[in-house]
Design a protein around this ligand. Structure first.
Ligand SMILES: Cc1cc2nc3c(=O)[nH]c(=O)nc-3n(C[C@H](O)[C@H](O)[C@H](O)COP(=O)(O)O)c2cc1C
Length: 254
């Protein structure tokens, strides 16, 4: 019997795959659940005596700056955490160490860690349609193993690889275009952009000095009007396909 009466799902998920994986793990727990979507949730919060699942994607070998800032405001007191680092079949760099260190600093007690692989949110040919059936099977098995571990009440420190100082944080600064013929000005992109980079009075444009190429606006647009473009995007896309063709698999730490 698990002694928790609540499970909080905390995620930053511009193209939805991290949220999907966190939700899949959460389905294994028969307890009431709450969501903290870090695309919009930006408040101080203290968790206590509960279980949380934290899912964050990899951005250029690090955790996204905005996710990091928002997660830093979340503190724990006797709170057990399942950690999911989700990446696009390329490389997760120092992000796993960065994420687990941040959570430990904020007093979360890490009971399990997964590095999962999903379709790349910028270069969709990489990891296309992942997580697939095989991924979800392993992710669910991980969820069940965590339950067994929590039932036995065993505590162990989980160590993950990575190096300090972390690699430099960079944003890819890809150009973004919006097809004005398709845009219906529903304002979904304006409301969901975590960087407030889309002007309310001109939603077909993007303030590129604030944009982090996270892909939220592309993903949320019901008309498929938004996309990355420009020579740098196409060159990086080609290079990424050449470097990351081979399928990577999820890893689990308990
Ligand atoms: C700005 C940016 C940088 C990324 N950098 C990496 C990376 O370094 N390695 C990698 O494997 N995937 C990288 N990805 C892909 C995402 O980590 C991956 O698609 C993840 O599934 C996105 O999660 P989401 O669907 O919850 O947004 C990057 C994606 C974006 C938008």
């Amino acid at each position: 019997m698990l002694k928790f009466d609540k499970l909080s799902k905390i995620y930053f998920s511009p193209s939805g795959t991290t949220e999907k994986i966190v939700t899949e793990i959460a389905k294994n727990f028969n307890i009431s659940q709450e969501n903290y979507d870090l695309l919009s949730f930006d408040e101080a919060k203290e968790f206590s005596d509960e279980l949380v699942i934290i899912g964050i994607p990899v951005f250029n070998g690090r955790i996204p700056k905005t996710a990091c800032e928002r997660l830093s405001k979340m503190k724990a007191k006797n709170t057990k955490a399942i950690v999911v680092l989700n990446y696009g079949n390329m490389d997760y760099g120092d992000a796993l160490l960065e994420l687990t260190e941040l959570l430990k600093e904020n007093n979360f007690e890490i009971v399990g860690v997964a590095t999962t692989v999903s379709q790349h949110s910028q270069f969709g040919e990489i990891g296309r349609n992942r997580p697939d059936e095989n991924d979800l099977k392993k992710i669910n098995e991980f969820g069940r193993n965590i339950i067994k571990k929590l039932e036995t009440d065993s505590v162990n420190e989980i160590f993950v690889g990575g190096y300090k100082p972390y690699q430099q944080y960079t944003t890819p600064d890809f150009e973004l275009k919006c097809n004005e013929d398709k845009c219906i000005e529903c304002m979904d992109c304006f409301y969901t952009c975590p960087e407030d980079a889309i002007p309310e009075d001109s939603p077909t444009t993007t303030n590129m000095s604030d944009c982090t190429s996270c892909s939220t606006c592309i993903n949320v647009c019901p008309e498929g009007a938004r996309s990355f473009t420009g020579p740098k995007f196409y060159t990086d896309y080609q290079n990424a396909i050449e470097d990351s063709f081979e399928r990577k698999e999820a890893e689990f730490y308990l």
